[in-house]
Design a protein around this ligand. Structure first.
Ligand code: SIN
Ligand code: FE2
Length: 218
């Protein structure tokens, strides 16, 4: 049985409200996908993807990098945003204009005009990699939404509520989909199920996810 048999198929340009203040923009990125990917590759050529250690002593299965003024990092002392890449001690690469523009257009379409992200976390998943349920709460500015772009292999995105006890819903995210969550869903628990193997025309056996955040000042 196909893993996604119970999930609806939606066409490019469709919008699904997944929770109050949270939408899935199906196929938001179309023709520009190869350019966005090339731009992302140039960022990770400067700031390589790596597997951070968690405060709990685990090594993350997802490999991460960042662009923008601030980058999300983790080590045994905790999670935080940092202006310098802790490995190279250099500032993160600037957020490329085409990525910023995409994030702002998606936010506006989802009902969040004036989105000014200062951080973009780049997540790379290979088959079996997953992200356990968590809240994005290390940002100072919780009025701004999170904008999340998926590229490469499809994933099952789990999206719940701000209460950990509520059972999350499952959504299939494919290449070009964007999820935006803010307002009453800004602190919703979310995660990504273990990536199924496959072969994507541009990314092979990988999924890339870019999340744009407004960290703001403390
Ligand atoms: C995240 O929660 O930061 C990433 C979500 C995803 O990979 O879709
Ligand atoms: Fe997250």
């Amino acid at each position: 049985m196909d893993l996604f048999d119970d999930l609806p198929l939606l066409t490019d340009g469709a919008l699904t409200q997944i929770a109050p203040g949270a939408v899935l923009l199906h196929g938001f990125v179309r023709e520009a996908d190869a350019d966005l990917l090339q731009t992302t590759r140039s960022v990770v050529a400067q700031a390589p993807l790596r597997h951070w250690q968690t405060p709990g002593g685990y090594t993350m299965s997802v490999a991460m990098s960042n662009c923008g003024a601030l980058g999300w990092v983790s080590d045994p002392n905790g999670y935080r945003y940092a202006a310098l890449d802790p490995v190279s001690k250099l500032p993160w690469p600037a957020m490329p204009a085409c990525l910023l523009d995409l994030a702002q257009r998606a936010a506006a379409q989802a009902g969040y005009p004036h989105f000014q992200p200062d951080a973009c976390l780049i997540n790379e998943y290979v088959p079996g990699a997953k992200l356990s349920m968590h809240q994005d709460k290390d940002e100072n500015d919780l009025r701004a939404p999170i904008v999340s772009l998926s590229m490469g292999l499809p994933a099952v995105f789990l999206f719940g509520t701000p209460s950990r006890k509520d059972r999350p819903q499952r959504y299939r995210l494919v290449h070009g989909d964007v999820v935006v969550w803010g307002g009453p869903s800004r602190l919703a628990y979310h995660g990504v199920a273990a990536l199924a193997d496959g072969d994507h025309r541009l990314l092979g056996r990988r999924r890339l996810n870019l999340t744009f955040r407004c960290v703001g000042s403390a």
